[in-house]
Design a protein around this ligand. Sequence first.
Ligand SMILES: *[C@@H]1O[C@H](CO)[C@@H](O)[C@H](O)[C@H]1NC(C)=O
Ligand SMILES: *[C@@H]1O[C@H](CO)[C@@H](O)[C@H](O)[C@H]1NC(C)=O
Ligand SMILES: *[C@@H]1O[C@H](CO)[C@@H](O)[C@H](O)[C@H]1NC(C)=O
Ligand SMILES: *[C@@H]1O[C@H](CO)[C@@H](O)[C@H](O)[C@H]1NC(C)=O
Ligand SMILES: *[C@@H]1O[C@H](CO)[C@@H](O)[C@H](O)[C@H]1NC(C)=O
Ligand SMILES: *[C@@H]1O[C@H](CO)[C@@H](O)[C@H](O)[C@H]1NC(C)=O
Ligand SMILES: *[C@@H]1O[C@H](CO)[C@@H](O)[C@H](O)[C@H]1NC(C)=O
Ligand SMILES: *[C@@H]1O[C@H](CO)[C@@H](O)[C@H](O)[C@H]1NC(C)=O
Length: 870
Amino acid sequence: MKQLCARPISLRFLLSVLLCLIHPYQVLSQSQYSPKDRYAIDCGATSNSTVNDISWQADTNSPYISSGILASTNVQNSLLPSIAPFLTARIFTHDSTYTFPVSEGRHWIRLYFYPFAYQNYTPDSSIFSVIADKYLLLSNLSVARDTNSSNQAYILKEYSINVSSKSLSITFTPSKTPGSYAFINGLEIESMPDDSFADDAILVGHGVPSQFGIPNLALQTMFRVNVGGEFVGPANDSGEARRWVPDNTFIRGAATGAIPPYVFDITYTSTVPSYIAPISVYGTARVMGGSNSVNPNFNLTWDFPIDLNYTYYVRLHFCEIVYTSNYQRIFNVYINNQTALVGLDILAKVPSANMPYYVDFAAPMLQGDSVLRVQIGPTPNSGAQNNDAILNGLEILKLSNSESSLAGVSLPAGFHPGTPYAAGSNGRSSSTGIIVGAAIGGAAAVGLLLAGVCFLLAKKGKGTKVTAPTWLPLPLHGGSSGSMGSKASNESHKSGTGSFVSSAPSHMGGRFFTFAEILEATNNFDESLILGIGGFGKVYKGEIYDGTKVAVKRGNPRSEQGLTEFQTEIEMLSKLRHRHLVSLIGYCEEHSEMILVYDYMANGPLRGHLYGTDLPSLSWKQRLEICIGAARGLHYLHTGAAQGIIHRDVKTTNILLDENLVAKVSDFGLSKTGPSLDRTHVSTAVKGSFGYLDPEYFRRQQLTEKSDVYSFGVVLMEVLCARPAINPALPREQVNMADWAMHWQKMGMLEQIIDPKLVGQINKESLRRFGEIAEKCLAEQGIDRPTMGDVLWKLEYALQLQDNATLSNCNDAISDDSNPNVMELPLHPHGIDKSDTTITESHSTMSSEEYSEDAGASAVFSQLVNPQGR
Ligand SMILES: *[C@@H]1O[C@H](CO)[C@@H](O)[C@H](O)[C@H]1NC(C)=O
Ligand SMILES: *[C@@H]1O[C@H](CO)[C@@H](O)[C@H](O)[C@H]1NC(C)=O
Ligand SMILES: *[C@@H]1O[C@H](CO)[C@@H](O)[C@H](O)[C@H]1NC(C)=O
Ligand SMILES: *[C@@H]1O[C@H](CO)[C@@H](O)[C@H](O)[C@H]1NC(C)=O
Ligand SMILES: *[C@@H]1O[C@H](CO)[C@@H](O)[C@H](O)[C@H]1NC(C)=O
Ligand SMILES: *[C@@H]1O[C@H](CO)[C@@H](O)[C@H](O)[C@H]1NC(C)=O
Ligand SMILES: *[C@@H]1O[C@H](CO)[C@@H](O)[C@H](O)[C@H]1NC(C)=O
Ligand SMILES: *[C@@H]1O[C@H](CO)[C@@H](O)[C@H](O)[C@H]1NC(C)=O
């Protein structure tokens, strides 16, 4: 941990020192940013218009789109801020795409929706999705429902995506409901300064700047707040047409602090140029009330409603507009009740008052209330002259998830997350007036160039950019957790027909099934045979002609793209043959179908045998054998195939059990082929399941086999403790099972939290070994974790210990390793026997670094100041 995390910090630090030496806070004249690309399309309109400084361009005979119905209304709504772009719209009854020539790089996309009735098109029947480039922005959107429920006349959504080609496409896809249609009233596209979002942000709760792969993510603006100030519209936003709203509706509690006078004289610098936020944001603020405050012992608190299961990028804007020297105001920042920044003294960060400063955080919101909370309050015992805190502005942006989605996972057919969307891929010809090579004008202002140069310098120092993944993903994307056999456990031991298939010799490439055979096997896709539903499609239980029971995975209607992926999947999966992997029996691609046929696993997922069902409890020996089987399967994946394969979604629902309780690893939907020899990791957007995610992978987006090892450590603890990896219903410290189990393991008291059903039958020494293995798998750093091969040996040893104990019938007596009956199996060279202190050390390093980057100088200084009783 130390080495990995220290690097970006010291580089950053060095860089800021360097910048100060070479360009000592270069003051910039307040020049406006002027975007290279700027489109403002008044969809459906027949004439141009200008409102509030936005020049809306009509799109009759548009060069950017050729399909759609031009609609308009003359029903005014007093809640609308203007006529354009609201009273006209383009209506789409099938997939339709706007394509704009743009330069590469980040762009704002703004979508304006105002529901009105036109001919037979009534807003209530409109439900649709919107895809930009390869990102799913909106899914199952009903504008009428959303405006009704929020009591607003219209909806405005803002996104930022990094365009990597010379054109940007925005596709509207009506839902398949009869009579449904899509529409759009206004569409803005605007290029952004390249450095608008840095790739590193401070991970809340960890305190260290981490990289999140932001250049490859889409962002959605959730809130942009001018704290203590007024609404700022597009015309007042220093070049970028953003909107800043007042903070009144977000501030919480009785103690809302005070608002100091507006300061107009803000000095922008090369570090914070004017386009970061306008004067009206930095020049206004909310403070606690200073030394006059009656009770300084409180926090200013803002609450923001957000959607769970996304990570949010939180940018806080600070500018000291009241005091003029440091040690006057030193405060902490908390996000979601966790310390985000300690001892911030703005004037220790910038040379003088009225100079802006901002800090970026990343806040994963995986559980709890759908509320993101930001708080500021004085740092206790900081020695500052005033018990006070200040905040000037705040932005909260949602980061697209591992499925390249900002809108959950309800994907339109034919859309494969992370790949550019091909409209009309279902054979329907549609839309797309593609204009290539249109010249894009717009000279950048001199001030911008200057800023750009400074930032280029700054960027270089940051180093360690994550390179784009070049690995071949296996295509069957799934939120399809435990897809196969998830209901199969009900069937458990009734088979007995000897029809189990894993022993049947399967041939290279699998067997080809006709569609008729599939229909017969699944009783015409009988809904009552559904075992599970995943991102890829539904999984049915079936029985083929010879009585073999199978699991049939039926893909959504295909696209050209899907076809290639489907074929890759068949090719890859058919190469993977192992007793502990679920195998592919065959496939069907008749009638534009994409169907895969797998082994049927009579006993379903492992999880169902641990908790949450009334299946009989597994003995400790059975559990060890299952863990060993799964470890063998993973070991084979990592080392057996030519290039090595990383599973990426190891969890108890992806370990299936056959009729003899033999474990088989399933669901390679997220798998990636491993690093080739010259690379040590695969960098890729974070995928996987919460609670099982390797923290290192999460922070650094670098995938190695050790990420699977971490997840497997969680599985081991789950097997031992018989509870879910994440259980939000439990008290806070128990929610995450890995943390909770490690807490007990480190105290040497793991037996306190084991499955009550194991008490009495588990040999102490076997348990001790098992706990050690799990602990090592859960090491913070991949390098400290054992390989799956090591894990396998160690588990077998734990099983031997249990067996011997049972044989000699002295369950609790064995207490040392020198049991002559047991030979410890050889260890692999690296990793497994590194001492436990590595782990504890890395923890303490992390928390001390929480202070080093952003609070360094002031924290040290406050220690000097304190003794004098300031
Ligand atoms: C609208 O303005 C654009 C230039 O911004 C011009 O090319 C176009 O002809 C105008 N359209 C109408 C209908 O006036
Ligand atoms: C789509 O929205 C409708 C309401 O308009 C809702 O009933 C339905 O459950 C949603 N479907 C999905 C897949 O989210
Ligand atoms: C929205 O409100 C209007 C008027 O109150 C109503 O007619 C319409 O059915 C509502 N639409 C939805 C989707 O709730
Ligand atoms: C956009 O993506 C490209 C390729 O991934 C990357 O090189 C570039 O830095 C990104 N730009 C921004 C502004 O994130
Ligand atoms: C916004 O700009 C307009 C002129 O373009 C100006 O009159 C107004 O005062 C500005 N508002 C703020 C909050 O700065
Ligand atoms: C978040 O993810 C968890 C686990 O996948 C799921 O159970 C939960 O329903 C999700 N919450 C929301 C709001 O989507
Ligand atoms: C923060 O603490 C408050 C009060 O204890 C609680 O209501 C809220 O849910 C907590 N928020 C989070 C994100 O934990
Ligand atoms: C401020 O908020 C943080 C995080 O929620 C909390 O730990 C701290 O006790 C609060 N301080 C005061 C004075 O309430």
